[in-house]
Design a protein around this ligand. Structure first.
Ligand code: SF4
Length: 272
């Protein structure tokens, strides 16, 4: 039987290096489902990633891809988009890559409203580099750099994206695969900086440190940690704090950076 979505993967790069039970493969599949639903072709879509377990996804996908430096996926993607605004540019990044090393690039990408679709694989930890705490590690959870539990507060990265200027902000999880694909498709359909937080499990680096290394149980915990936004909105504030809302959290229209840059080109006498 032919495997679905096979054409989107570089067969000679498989099998992948992710641990059994890792959420990265599920999120990667959701990205591909969204690409197919949005009707994008592999020839006019570029995938850019930074460094980390999730950023390995670009190497497995049969598109034009860039596997860049740690935290630098968004600047590379911005360059691709400005060089050829006709391309669909997708950024795959992790919580450490996007919100720590690449934190400044992230907020300025949002502020400029570069027409990118950024998918953040949020597993609450640095996986590839050994389980260090990231800016998304929940307070009290353990990491190799926080053996007694993290004392920092994690970002609400969706609110950060909204405050910084993103025009489409959504959240879903590796448990809700169809929903996640729909959230990513919404980003692909939007003209401007689109941000999708994909909550997912890292049983190896996060799970082992936090006595929850069973991937199936981690996925159940993911399922139980969220609520559809419409239902979440009806909760009293003290109950809202116990769950993450999932769905489209914010949406607006604003001129994207490549279009704004066209006005500069025009004022400067047009393209050579
Ligand atoms: Fe996945 Fe974690 Fe293993 Fe990395 S360390 S491949 S994020 S399970």
């Amino acid at each position: 039987m032919e495997r679905s979505f096979e054409k989107y993967f570089r067969q000679n790069r498989l099998p992948h290096m992710w641990c059994p039970g890792c959420g990265n493969g599920i999120v990667t599949k959701a990205v591909i489902m969204a690409v197919e639903k949005a009707g994008l072709s592999q020839d006019n879509t570029v995938i850019v990633s930074g460094i980390g377990c999730s950023s390995r996804a670009s190497g497995y996908l049969d598109f034009d891809t860039l596997h860049t430096a740690h935290g630098r996926a968004i600047p590379f993607a911005t360059g691709v988009k400005l060089a050829n605004p006709e391309l669909n540019v997708i950024v795959l990044t992790g919580d450490g890559d996007c919100t720590a090393i690449g934190g400044n690039h992230f907020i300025h990408g949002c502020r400029r409203n570069v027409d990118l679709t950024v998918v953040l694989f949020n597993n609450d930890i640095y996986g590839m580099t050994g389980g260090q705490a990231s800016p998304m590690t929940p307070t009290g959870k353990r990491a190799t750099t926080a053996p007694y539990g993290a004392i920092d507060r994690p970002f609400d990265v969706c609110r950060l994206a909204e405050a910084a200027g993103a025009i489409y902000v959504a959240r879903s999880t590796a448990f809700h695969v169809q929903h996640l694909a729909d959230m990513i498709k919404g980003g692909l359909d939007s003209r401007g900086f689109s941000f999708i937080e994909a909550l997912c499990q890292c049983p190896t680096a996060y799970g082992r440190n936090n006595k929850m290394s069973d991937p199936a149980k981690m996925m159940m915990a993911l399922r139980d940690s969220v609520l559809m936004k419409a239902a979440w909105d009806k909760l009293p504030p003290e109950k809202q704090a116990e769950k993450f809302p999932i769905g489209v959290l914010y949406q607006k229209e604003y001129v994207d950076y490549a279009k704004a840059y066209d006005t500069v080109i025009e004022k400067a006498g047009g393209r050579a």
